[in-house]
Design a protein around this ligand. Structure first.
Ligand code: ZN
Length: 134
């Protein structure tokens, strides 16, 4: 068994942005078979797996905006005015642990890995990859 690690730096351009990182992750995978943890080191971002279809991605943004309404006031806004960004991140996940087969992510036909920016634009968002396998 071997353990390897690497990281991605991501610059975002909008307050809410969905970035398909599937090919970037595949380029960094350095095991043949095993699992890879894909982890975002930020509390106003997320890592998700879903379909890269433009209408669906707009629906995803619409859903999050409705789940975390701007009609209310939030305690954390007293500190740095980004409570809704954190709350959307609470609903999602900071990481995904995915299978690796023959040196690539073993995803379904319609699946992609996304980095979700919830409080951009930001420079140098860091996503770590931890690979365990052979
Ligand atoms: Zn904050």
């Amino acid at each position: 068994m071997i353990i390897k690690s690497d990281s991605l730096k991501i610059n975002t351009n909008k307050n809410f942005e969905i970035i398909d990182i599937t090919s970037l992750v595949n380029e960094l995978i350095s095991i043949d078979n095993g699992i890879v943890s894909i982890f975002s080191k930020h509390s106003t971002s997320a890592i998700v797996v879903n379909e890269n279809e433009s209408g669906l991605l707009r629906d995803f943004e619409f859903m999050l905006d409705n789940l975390v309404s701007d009609k209310f006031s939030y305690q954390h806004d007293r500190i740095d005015n980004n409570a809704r960004s954190h709350l959307k991140s609470f609903l999602l996940s900071s990481s995904e642990c995915l299978p690796v087969k023959n040196g690539k992510l073993e995803l379904g036909t319609w699946q992609s890995v996304f980095f979700i920016e919830l409080d951009g634009p930001r420079a140098n968002r860091t996503v770590t990859l931890t690979m365990v396998g052979e």
